[in-house]
Design a binder for this molecule. Structure first.
Ligand SMILES: Nc1ncnc2c1ncn2[C@@H]1O[C@H](COP(=O)(O)OP(=O)(O)O)[C@@H](O)[C@H]1O
Ligand SMILES: [Mg+2]
Length: 387
């Protein structure tokens, strides 16, 4: 594996002559990279990829050229342009007697026509995603990660299959699942629609109607306690306060009926067309025994964070569970789950949502646990306000 520099140069002559397979390239640029630097890198990248496809590279032949899509918080045309400019790429080169590539073996096992030129996306959880055409002509999204790692897509895929069996629609349908050479993979249907540029009131109401159909359990929610315990495990200095909070929340949750949550509900995981909700994707953070309404609080608060560039702590201190917008969006949700939005329920929602967000962030980015600025922005002020 040879990472190249920002000029996208790669010299196969410098490699050990016994090597029969090499992957070279660069990851995508971070979301902070501005237009000029992204445009310059994109130009060099395209020249390098053209050469990789067309100019001979010593004893190697191109086995696959993959763009790695970049990140952009913005939606719409601007977001698409930034994602394309910031993209990274991987070029796989092999000698004629090298064995088949793992990616191609997985593609074949999944029933995909080919993966040779597929764009890859590195999911925030650590899985690689590729959109492929299946042999029956339909499109599927392939998710791949080391089996048993936190990014292993199999548990989520099985949960989605169970969810589809309860009649919930607008979720990806599992088309294949397997393990090849230590890599767990799943293939899911590609849902119609696009990531919305913004979450309008109607879209949020659509999401509320969707959430109202997620299965309820005849038990109290356990997710808030589990999330707080997971955070306490990582934040030793705050462990006592977090465990006390978990105890209080657990006692108050006794009469609340748990529901299945999405757990990461924001514009980036919605698909929309004609202003209507067409799909809800990325179910990694789902939990069957969660706090009703927490997904919707997350949707509304995250939208505000995105628009105003706020931290979780900043938006939490604005108490979004008291915003008129939250009341309007959840108006028909509460009767559907047999609850009424009281002050007490709203306070429980506030803790449940914050616990989901912080445990999710610490699971994906464990180094945040020792990042003083992150703690001062998102943990300290919330715990102080709750105390
Ligand atoms: N089944 C699907 N159908 C259509 N688009 C999808 C599907 N799954 C994911 N996507 C798109 O790919 C993007 C990334 O997938 P996601 O599972 O959200 O990964 P992550 O958030 O970890 O990067 C989503 O924001 C969505 O736009
Ligand atoms: Mg996502």
């Amino acid at each position: 594996v040879v990472p190249t520099d920002g000029r996208w140069r790669f010299n196969p002559e410098a490699l050990d002559p016994t090597i029969d397979a090499v992957v070279w390239g660069r990851p995508s640029q971070p979301a902070g990279a501005g237009m000029p630097s992204a445009a310059c890198s994109a130009l060099r990248r395209e020249i390098a990829l053209w050469r990789a496809r067309h100019a001979p590279t010593g004893r190697f032949r191109p086995a696959g050229v993959h763009r790695i899509s970049g990140t952009a918080i913005a939606g719409g045309a601007k977001g698409r342009a930034l994602r394309a400019l910031r993209a990274g790429a991987l070029v796989g080169l092999t000698t004629p007697d090298a064995g088949p590539r793992l990616l191609d073996v997985i593609a074949e096992a999944a029933g995909a026509a080919t993966l040779r030129g597929a764009a890859l996306r590195l999911g925030s959880g650590g899985a690689a995603l590729a959109r492929v055409s299946l042999i029956d002509g339909t499109q599927a999204l392939l998710r791949m990660a080391p089996a048993g790692s936190p990014a292993d897509p199999a548990p989520t895929a099985l949960r989605l299959r169970a969810l589809a069996a309860t009649g919930v629609d607008r979720i990806p349908c599992l088309r294949g699942i397997g393990e090849t050479g230590g890599i767990a993979w799943t293939a899911e249907s590609v849902l119609p629609g696009r990531r919305p540029q913004r979450v309008s009131l109607t879209l949020a109401q659509d999401a509320a109607a969707f959430c109202a159909r997620l299965p309820a359990a005849g038990a109290a929610p356990t997710a808030p306690g589990e999330d707080l315990a997971a955070v306490a495990e990582l934040l030793r200095d705050h462990a006592t306060a977090l465990r006390r909070l978990a105890g209080e929340v657990e006692r108050s949750l006794g009469t609340v009926p748990a529901v299945l949550r999405h757990g990461d509900l924001w514009a980036g995981n919605l698909l929309v067309s004609g202003g209507c909700l067409r799909g809800v994707v990325d179910w990694d953070a789902a939990h069957p025994l969660a706090m009703p309404g927490a997904d919707l609080l997350q949707l509304i608060a995250t939208e505000r964070r995105r628009r105003k560039g706020l931290t979780l702590g900043e938006v939490w201190l604005q108490r979004p569970w008291r915003w008129p917008q939250f009341t309007v969006v959840t108006e028909s949700y509460w009767p559907a789950v047999g609850l009424r939005l009281t002050g007490e329920l709203a306070e429980l929602l506030a803790v449940a949502w914050w616990a989901t967000e912080t445990s999710g962030t610490l699971r994906r980015l464990p180094h945040r646990a020792s990042d003083g600025r992150w703690l001062a922005a998102n943990i300290d002020p919330v715990l102080a306000a709750l105390a």
